[in-house]
Design a protein around this ligand. Structure first.
Ligand code: PLP
Length: 380
């Protein structure tokens, strides 16, 4: 393209996105303190000042994950990269892996197992239901050679929460390691890596941590680290090889691995400071409180939750679209008339549900009130 062609086709002089109320499955709104921190001057990724911040960032992540795991850091990339990091390091060709599928993201875990050459044993549950611990127990009994269990803690596609503590205990009893997807749970509902005995966990910056998308906090137990170190064949991804990444994120002799997204990392540090200041217990309680308010309002309008009450995630509220209502039109009206973004259903739930996110900084009483009154007016 020539400069002349470019000038005749390009319209935006400087991009200024509109102010939106983000109440979908992520990304969330970002606290002004985090946005300000992100816009600080650029700095080198090995600058001593930056390196000092990296150490704090790791400590803050250990707090939100409730772990003492040394290898806890944000991978550069969205939650999908954190997912691949866990699988590519921990699944070796021919390894039997029990993988639970009760929504979109369990399906992606299965894809990862297959792409790493693992032999999947699939535990299927209906979308909207949690992973059934009895099925996982039965799968281990039928496959005593299974070395790994993988499941999604908070299935964003349906709004269902699985019992991570019980599922992890089953895997530990059978001597298997555990990979947990905490993309939507971290910061919004309890995640206790050490107490539950999780070996590998990943999340994403743009959900209940309320940071800019593009970072995936991960944590490996010593058992997981030892497993990767003892591997005889190379990890099949250069970028996500744990040992190579540790050369940058480890404690000593940091060297270049890739150019880290420095300003995004400043932002994550600030977002985690906000969680530390609030306290994890209070953050979890806030998500529950506003979920109850939203739920009361949605149910008062006659809407029905997709997930049974005891498995409902506070931060991801999936409700059935009533018959005769144009699902897409409602979402469009909320966006165009009120600047509110909510989520649509994915896969088989497309056109059938709406997903109301209440995550991180977006989880506020003013957002609940705005959303309920806007939805009420659109549905009238
Ligand atoms: N896992 C879950 C449970 C998710 O909800 C998502 C995204 O919504 C992902 C993984 C993938 O994360 P990302 O979109 O940041 O790659």
């Amino acid at each position: 393209m020539t400069l002349k062609q470019l000038a005749s086709t390009r319209k935006i002089t400087s991009f200024h996105p509109p102010q939106r109320t983000l109440m979908g499955p992520g990304p969330t709104e970002i606290h002004p303190r985090v946005l300000t921190t992100m816009s600080q001057p650029a700095i080198g990724y090995l600058d001593p000042v930056f390196v000092e911040m990296m150490e704090e960032l790791k400590a803050l992540l250990r707090y939100v994950y409730q772990t003492d795991n040394a290898l806890t850091f944000p991978v550069s990339g969205p939650g999908s990269v954190g997912m691949e990091y866990c699988f590519v390091n921990l699944v070796t060709p021919g390894m039997k892996v029990i993988v639970c599928r009760n929504g979109v993201f369990g399906g992606r875990m299965l894809e990862n197992v297959e792409r790493c050459g693992g032999v999947p044993v699939i535990v299927d549950d209906d979308w909207g239901k949690p992973v059934d611990p009895q099925k996982v127990e039965d799968a281990f009994k039928a496959n005593p050679d299974a070395k790994l269990l993988a499941f999604v803690h908070a299935e964003t596609s349906t709004g269902a929460q699985s019992d991570a503590k019980t599922l992890t205990a089953i895997a530990r009893k059978h001597g298997a390691m555990v990979i947990v997807d905490a993309v939507t749970s971290l910061g919004g509902t309890p995640v206790r890596v050490d107490e539950w005995g999780i070996d590998a966990i990943y999340s994403a910056s743009q959900k209940c941590l309320s940071c800019t998308p593009g970072l995936s906090p991960v944590s490996f137990s010593q058992r997981a680290v030892d497993f990767v170190k003892a591997r005889t064949e190379k990890v099949h991804s250069w970028f996500m090889d744990m040992t190579l990444l540790a050369s940058y994120w480890g404690n000593t002799n940091r060297t270049y691995h890739h150019t880290a997204p420095t300003n995004s990392l400043f932002a994550l540090h600030e977002a985690l400071l906000l969680i530390q200041e609030e306290g994890l217990d209070k953050s979890w309680a806030r998500h529950q409180r506003h979920h109850l308010a939203l739920k009361a309002g949605l149910e008062a309008m006659g809407l029905k939750f997709f997930v049974e009450e005891k498995y409902q995630l506070p931060q991801m509220n999936a409700v059935l679209c009533p018959t005769g209502v144009d699902e897409e039109l409602v979402r469009k009206s909320l966006l165009n008339e009120f600047g509110i973004e909510i989520g649509a259903g994915l896969g088989p739930l497309k056109g059938k549900i709406w997903r109301f996110g209440l995550m991180g900084y977006s989880c506020r009483p003013d957002n609940v009130m705005l959303c309920l009154s806007a939805l009420g007016s659109v549905l009238m």
